[in-house]
Design a protein around this ligand. Structure first.
Ligand code: ADP
Length: 461
């Protein structure tokens, strides 16, 4: 199959979040399955200035290669993409994001023709690429080159929809008739994600449970009706994890490597983390780890309510993350009050993140909603037992055989489950068995890539 992946960020070229990880790893996994793949993304300043080997193809198009032979094409437009950020700067989102990404989408479609790359599937990700299916079925509908191309849309987080004022609609170059309930209109505004959802051939999200949840009012952010209408074309495929980066047996960032064969070596990582965090070197206290954005979505509202109670339990807690100021302040207060219990690191630090996965006993991830989640997949591989709220990708990957799950999104249920984990940790033999089980789960990209191929085949029908 010929596949073109279109995303606004792709590892290793540009990244602000999980979307980039998926858009970079999936093409590699598809190539391993024998498929032909290209990638198309904007040429941001950070790519221009990067160490990647880049070849110029045309005045405004250049490319670099990943995998065995995947070309990543960069669309250049200095006015739009030669900027400090991908989507915005310290003042917020760029005010011309609608123009920037509609330009990207149109140029990506034209590029396919110039390359004579008649893709079987155009796989678009998130709102920034959502005008591609819209343009394909409107502006480009009469061009025979595009006739057989089908589109798949992956929604990584339905909370981000690309909303713009109605007055900007003429900039899209679309007929006003498309500004309607069956098109891009959403409560009087333009909703680009909705346009993609209406016009693509197939839709998926990044876990089976999240794909069902977003069809409900609670999780759909207003788009549940559109999804429900298309429910026979909505699927969920779990993200994979890149085990070449996340493997305690080879991880260079951690104090001592370990694997299923020598799990006891994990203890050296706990001690190292306690030293680093200036926590008492207690072997018998369970060490809880958090690596997360400090945001309500990640469960920090109930965590904040429960934090005082948690700090008085027999445990230690290491937190790494940045986010809402109110949580920074609260957590700093807790460090002041319970310096032997809490260690706080308000920053983004990949190195420390690795050490926390390796050194903690329990990984806390009480997200209110979670499209897929990577933290719990990483912690499983590192034998740090995840404690999660039953939602989205967390519900699909953590259960009582490999972790702790609470089902009421309340501070009471969270605290009770933490208490349960603390008790379970005291049974050391059983705990080792739990670590052993956790480390054996396999969430590699291979299985997910196969599922994407089935999804593409479905879109072709
Ligand atoms: P998100 O919704 O933030 O994308 P995920 O669980 O899908 O959540 O992925 C988060 C990724 O970012 C994980 O790999 C996690 O280890 C990493 N991460 C989050 N916060 C930090 C931080 N402060 N420092 C280092 N890594 C972080």
């Amino acid at each position: 199959m010929k596949i073109a992946v279109c995303a606004s960020e792709v590892v290793p070229f540009a990244k602000t979040g999980g979307l980039a990880d998926v858009a970079g790893a999936l093409p590699l996994a598809l190539e391993e399955e024998g498929q032909e793949v290209i990638i198309i993304l904007p040429q941001y300043r950070q790519i221009q200035d990067s160490k990647f080997s880049i070849t110029r193809l045309k005045k405004d198009i250049s490319y670099s290669s990943i995998g065995r032979g995947i070309k990543a094409y960069f669309i250049e437009n200095d006015a739009y993409f030669n900027r400090e950020g991908l989507y915005g700067d310290k003042n917020g989102d760029y005010t011309d994001n609608l123009e920037r990404f509609s330009y990207y989408c149109k140029r990506a479609l034209e590029l396919l023709k110039e390359l004579n790359y008649k893709a079987d599937i155009l796989h678009v990700h998130d709102w920034q690429a959502c005008l591609i299916p819209v343009y394909l079925k409107t502006l480009y509908a009469k061009d025979p080159f595009y006739k057989s191309i089908r589109t798949a849309l992956t929604i990584h987080n339905i909370g981000y929809q690309g909303l713009f004022a109605k007055e900007e609609f003429p900039k899209l170059g679309l007929d006003w008739s498309l500004f309607g309930i069956e098109g891009l209109e959403f409560y009087g505004k333009i909703n680009i994600l909705k346009g993609g959802m209406e016009f693509c051939d197939i839709i998926n999200t990044v876990s089976p449970t999240y794909s069902k949840e977003i069809q409900s009012k609670e999780f759909g952010f207003g788009l549940e009706g559109v999804l429900h209408k298309r429910k026979n074309s909505v699927f969920g495929i779990l993200n994979g994890l890149d085990y070449s980066i996340w493997d305690p047996a080879t991880d260079k960032a951690i104090a001592r490597n370990y694997s299923l064969k020598d799990i006891e070596e994990k203890a050296a990582n706990k001690q190292n983390l306690q030293e680093l965090c200036r926590l008492p070197l207690e072997k018998d206290l369970p060490l809880f780890g958090i690596v997360s954005r400090l945001a309500e979505q990640k469960g920090f509202d109930i965590l904040a309510e429960a934090i005082e109670k948690i700090c008085r339990m027999k445990l230690q807690l290491v937190i790494l993350g940045t986010g809402d100021l109110k949580y920074h302040i609260l957590l700093e207060e807790m460090v002041g009050k319970y310096p032997k219990v809490v260690s706080l690191h308000l920053k983004f630090d990949d190195n420390l993140a690795h050490k926390i996965y390796a050194g903690s006993d329990i990984f806390l991830m009480p997200s209110r909603y979670e499209p897929c989640g990577l933290g719990q997949l990483i912690s499983l591989r590192y034998g740090s037992i995840p404690l999660v709220f039953k939602t989205g990708g967390l519900a699909d990957t953590v259960n009582k055989d490999n972790g702790f799950v609470f089902e009421q999104y309340t501070q009471e249920d969270l605290t009770a489950t933490i208490g349960e984990a603390v008790k379970a940790y005291a049974h050391r033999k059983k705990w080792s068995g739990l670590i052993r089980k956790a480390m054996q789960y396999d969430f590699s990209w291979k299985e997910s890539a196969k599922k994407y191929l089935q999804l593409y085949a479905r879109a072709k029908r």
